[in-house]
Design a protein around this ligand. Structure first.
Ligand code: F6P
Length: 320
């Protein structure tokens, strides 16, 4: 393979830049040319493409966001859009493609691989950690750390005023950001889409913690359940403690990637190019049990994300 394309798609995630760098540098090491595609599949359809050199990825390993920019592209769901995307690849002599993105982006990659025979490799880049085939997605660790920083600050003021904080985190339909941020921040309660909640049980847990000497409570709620505002309103009707709502929002999508995300980016990017170099396409890369793996893209996108009930139980036991 002499020339490959690279794009980032869907919501950005910290570590995408580090992955871009790893793909470009590994490809150059093997004498493969890389073309960067701007704004995800939209750039592919509109032919917004530029060659990438060794120095075009300097000084980005530590930066959040994505140098290639990103978009959610509805046109890629249409046959016309897909044909245009394939025409752009052919026009530039691009023989393989690396797609960095989440679930939706992988569906586009699967379509290019399966329906149009373009060797494509997916790198999981999303803060949501909602892909079953990989233990972690790129950006998840940094996003959770950002949430922790904010929850630590909330704890200070909640304890001073003896209040309850309801903190909303992202994750779309997945409760992983809430679960990991909850367990590592010492939150007493998490509310996630995977588990039905009962407001009376929550009040009982809060009252028990106060009887045990707690001066504040943190409830982390995943956006897939409802907004922090709505939940706080519900809770305020059944408790005498003062409740405040905070939505972390897009702050958790930005910022310098953590060591863990930079390491994943280096390994995922390197692996993706290795696969294409060896003539292997239609795969996604990931990490399982601390090993970098690859698997069939069709199989990967058809897997249903499982919730980690064991971690949830741990939180219930240790956050009192
Ligand atoms: O998929 C990443 C994510 O941040 C989700 O957690 C969230 O639901 C969504 O993107 C927000 O999308 P947008 O930035 O388009 O509002």
């Amino acid at each position: 393979m002499k020339r490959i394309g690279l794009l980032t798609s869907g919501g950005d995630a910290p570590g995408m830049n580090a992955a871009i760098r790893a793909v470009v540098r590994t490809a150059i090491y093997y004498g493969i040319e890389v073309f960067g595609i701007e704004r995800g599949y939209a750039g592919l359809i509109e032919d917004a493409i530029m060659p990438m050199e060794m120095r075009s990825v300097s000084d980005i390993v530590q930066r959040g966001g994505t140098k290639l920019r990103t978009a959610r592209c509805l046109e890629m769901l249409t046959v016309d859009g897909q044909k245009q995307a394939v025409a752009t690849l052919h026009k530039h002599g691009i023989e393989g493609l690396v797609v960095i993105g989440g679930d939706g982006s992988f569906r586009g990659a699967k379509c290019l691989a399966e329906d149009y025979g373009i060797p494509t490799i997916g790198i999981p880049g999303t803060i949501d950690n909602d892909l079953e085939y990989t233990d972690y997605t790129l950006g998840f660790d940094t996003a959770v750390n950002t949430c922790l920083d904010i929850i630590n600050k909330l704890r200070d003021t909640m304890t001073s005023h003896e209040r309850i904080s309801v903190v909303e985190v992202m994750g779309r339909h997945c409760g992983d950001i809430a679960l990991y941020a909850g367990i590592t921040s010492g939150a007493e309660i998490i509310v996630v889409p995977e588990i039905a909640y009962n407001i009376e049980d929550i009040v009982t847990r809060i009252n028990r913690s106060r009887a045990n000497g707690k001066r504040s409570n943190i409830i982390v709620i995943a956006e897939g359940v409802m907004s922090a505002e709505a939940f706080a309103k519900q809770l305020q009707e059944v408790t005498t403690y003062s409740v405040r709502a905070t939505t972390i929002g897009h702050i958790q999508r930005g910022g310098s990637p953590s060591m863990a995300d930079r390491m994943l980016a280096a390994q995922f990017g390197n692996k993706a190019v290795h696969l294409l170099k060896d003539g292997i396409g239609n795969r996604v890369v990931g990490i399982r049990n601390n090993s970098i793996i690859d698997m069939d893209i069709i199989e990967a996108v058809s897997m249903k994300k499982k919730f980690n009930y064991e971690l949830y139980e741990t939180l219930q036991m240790i956050s009192m």
